[in-house]
Design a protein around this ligand. Sequence first.
Ligand code: MN
Length: 318
Amino acid sequence: MSYQVIQVSGTILNKIESFYKEHKIDKLPAGAVFVAKSPTCNITAYKSGKVLFQGKGADEEANIWKGFGATAAPSKSSKKATTVSSSGNKVKSSLPAGFASLSVIGSDEVGTGDYFGPITVCAAYVKKEQMAMLKELGVQDSKALNDEKIVRIAKAILPHVPYSLLVLHNEKYNELQQSGMSQGKIKALLHNKALQHVLDKIAPEKPDAILIDQFAESGIYYRHVAQQKNIVRENVYFHTKAEGLHLSVAAASIIARYSFLKEMDKLSELAGITIPKGAGSKVDAAAARVIEKHGESFLNKVAKVHFVNTLKAKKLVR
Ligand code: MN
């Protein structure tokens, strides 16, 4: 049986207590302040600020609170907890058996490495009954699809799949970035929001699981979203290359890429030149042309200005 012990402050302890309040039981061992039995694990909180999670969901539940600043408990139990957690993480990153045929909400983002254009994040719900149809429509790992196919497949699947698509335009992105927010946090907030939107759309139906194409370790992800009113955490899995693990992530990725392409077309029109993807030398040259045509401040509307491409473009202009 998997278990984890974390050490928390009084404030977090109160948060944890109210979080699990529906699952609290009356029988307390010595030194305990509360005990809760959630569907996936038992939680025992002690006056010392130690909280013990036991059961198959122990790693996942404990990780949530690490996101709020809880640490692995010190003292002799810490060694044990670390060992359990590292082996537990392995278990966690491997998905439940038969995952590909469950009904899942998947999420993915596009545009984070592109100098020009927005970040688009999509969460999409694919039920097991829809999989044959989506495969028929060509849904597969979007990296294997060219732009033309992306557009065609996206248009075909949009009417069939409950989804949420968020577009973070460059001006807003630059503002957040300049206020000190990391790209990781920006992405986490967008994923959390998109997932919540889809959960709201399909309610009272619930997915069997949620799969996020992993861009951060789960503890870091939950730290990023810790201040949000709604935090999507039930049955959430993180996995790299998730597009190949469930069609919902593949569908989300296709929709996000379709949206990104449309936005890039709009930017090309706005700038009066063809705006390239990526962050290579073609992009530097295009950014230099944008500066020549419209002035440097125009980049704020069409590009992620903190990328080194801005400096390279300015050199090209000189
Ligand atoms: Mn991804």
